[in-house]
Write a protein that binds this ligand. Structure first.
Ligand SMILES: [Zn+2]
Length: 316
């Protein structure tokens, strides 16, 4: 068994993962301070805690971290979420724990987990897209996870779907897929449409409750403002998905994250729109499905990376 660690923007999870992808033990901690040393301390705490709970000594540790990671050293080259530049994440954990440590981007780890044990199981060509605060993703092509020459492959969230009339993305570009089609994107569409629905209380009436889920539920209930936002949102989501199909034509695109919990309602809206935008790949040759591992995909994928000795997902 191995340890999988999922480092998020607000908390860290360490899990003991068996070789069949089952989480046997877990330890979690909220992150108060996002500077490097306190985050390393929190990671050491949850890893040592979960090793203490497990039956055997782990053979290796895999870590999924936001940002661009140097796969050779496990250093984080940059991570906008944490404000880190060139921090030796892998080296510090190796030194502290005395075990092999592999580090990779969190979304690539989640893709590896979902491909090996979740919705992508058994497919040679697979894409995971996690629709949360942002959009994380990863591409498996002919059985191998795409990493890219600078470990930047799979950054699907930052291809532009509305380059001239979209929202400004956290990365600085306009109309990135992430800005338009993440959970935050749905909220932005609702806010942008407020002027067209002056009597709507969707945004103005309950700002503390405004989340992608409340907008989607209101849309399901027939609220005009929410339906208009949902319609624009799914237009942009479909654009991005059709682009992914044009580039990769995977067997399955799995949608994870908060918005994807809409399940059939989401698929019922978006699949016909994707079909309409799919022009060269045979329509229906890519199935769009909901991811099954949920928030555990990252830790399970990180442990899978540790077990294989690296991120490359060629099925052994
Ligand atoms: Zn962007």
């Amino acid at each position: 068994m191995n340890i999988g660690v999922d480092l998020g923007g607000s908390h860290v999870l360490a899990a003991v993962v068996s070789d069949d992808g089952t989480i046997e033990e877990r330890s979690e901690r909220e992150l108060e301070d996002l500077s490097f040393d306190p985050v390393i301390d929190a990671m050491k705490f949850v890893i040592e805690d979960v090793i203490g709970k497990g039956k055997d000594k782990p053979s290796a540790i895999g870590v999924g971290s936001p940002g661009n990671i140097d796969p050779a050293t496990g250093s984080v080259r940059y991570s906008p979420n944490f404000g880190w530049h060139d921090v030796p994440l892998g080296a510090r954990l190796r030194e502290a724990l005395g075990l092999p440590v592999f580090v990779a981007n969190d979304a690539r780890c989640a893709t590896l987990g979902e491909h090996t044990y979740g919705t992508g199981r058994g497919t040679a060509n697979f894409v995971l897209l996690t629709l949360g605060t942002g959009i994380g993703g990863g591409i498996v092509s002919e059985g191998t996870l795409a990493i890219g020459s600078g470990a930047g492959a799979g950054e699907i969230g930052h291809h532009q779907v509305r380059a001239t009339d979209g929202f400004v993305c956290g990365c600085g570009k306009t109309g990135c897929f992430e800005a338009q089609a993440s959970g935050m994107g749905l909220i932005r569409h609702a806010v942008a449409l407020q002027a067209s629905f002056p009597k709507s209380m969707l945004v103005a009436g309950k700002p503390e409750k405004l989340g992608s889920k409340s907008i989607r539920k209101a849309a399901e209930g027939g609220d005009g403002h929410a339906l208009a936002a949902w319609n624009r949102y799914t237009d942009d989501l479909a654009r991005g998905l059709a682009n992914v199909i044009a580039f990769v034509n995977p067997e399955v695109i799995a949608l994870g994250g908060g918005v994807a919990s809409a399940g059939d309602y989401m698929l019922g809206t978006v699949v016909p729109k994707v079909d309409a935008l799919t022009t060269m790949a045979p329509k229906g040759s890519t199935r769009i499905a909901i991811a099954t591992l949920g928030n555990d995909a990252g830790a399970i994928g990180a442990a899978t990376m540790a077990r294989r000795g690296g991120l490359t997902a060629k099925v052994p």
